[in-house]
Design a protein around this ligand. Structure first.
Ligand code: PNS
Length: 190
């Protein structure tokens, strides 16, 4: 186990099973892990910082060396204020690499004593991202298995109209199929 504190920064909007997988892996390697939610994200988030904080706290309650916090401004400055020695980030696929490399090198330029450590989540989550989860959920699609159950529930509550609309669309599809089946039967008889 690496002595010292690591920070796992991100937007976590919302937390996916990939994030959770990485937190669990990080908790095994680092003495202490702080999952840090960026507060001043320019994007308009789906979940408020308070909601994300609450969900992450619930999801990591079983991990005694994991703490959830929020931060603003430069990540390296926040990391320094906690006397962190490492930044933990996940890499899912080659497509993540370029952005992560740039960020790691910029952070190194800003604070050379901080090391970025990359870990890979389980391959079954290699295609899961918060952005795609939001997109699927906003269209009322199923996100089971992509996000923890508490997040799935919160998405359903938040996007209730989208899920209702999808249910209505699905029953329309079923009605159309039933109509086509009956028509086929009727024509056969005629
Ligand atoms: O989950 P995300 O959105 O990929 O996380 C990106 C995050 C929050 C780690 C990054 O945007 C960040 O550290 N922002 C804080 C501002 C900062 O330090 N920017 C310089 C990074 S090189």
């Amino acid at each position: 186990m690496h002595k010292g504190l690591a920070i796992y920064p991100g937007s976590f909007d919302p937390t996916t099973n990939g994030h959770l997988d990485l937190i669990e892996r990080g908790a095994k390697i680092f003495e202490e892990l702080v999952v840090a939610i960026l507060r001043n994200s320019e994007k308009s988030p789906m979940f408020s910082v308070a909601e994300r904080l609450e969900m992450l706290r619930e999801l990591t309650a079983h991990l005694k060396n994991v703490r959830i916090d929020t931060f603003d401004g430069l990540m390296v400055e926040y990391a320094k204020s906690l006397e962190a020695t490492c930044i933990l980030r996940g890499i899912r696929a080659i497509s993540d690499y370029e952005y992560e490399l740039q960020m790691a090198l910029m952070n190194r330029k800003l604070e050379p004593t901080l090391e970025t450590v990359f870990m890979m989540p389980a391959d079954k989550y290699s295609y899961v991202s918060s952005r795609l989860v939001r997109e699927v959920a906003q269209a009322g699609g199923p996100v089971k298995g992509l996000v923890p159950e508490v997040v799935e529930q919160k998405l359903k509550e938040k996007l209730d109209p989208a899920y209702k609309l999808r249910d209505a669309r699905m029953s329309e599809v079923l009605d159309r199929k039933e109509f086509a089946r009956k028509e086929k039967k009727r024509k056969k008889k005629a």
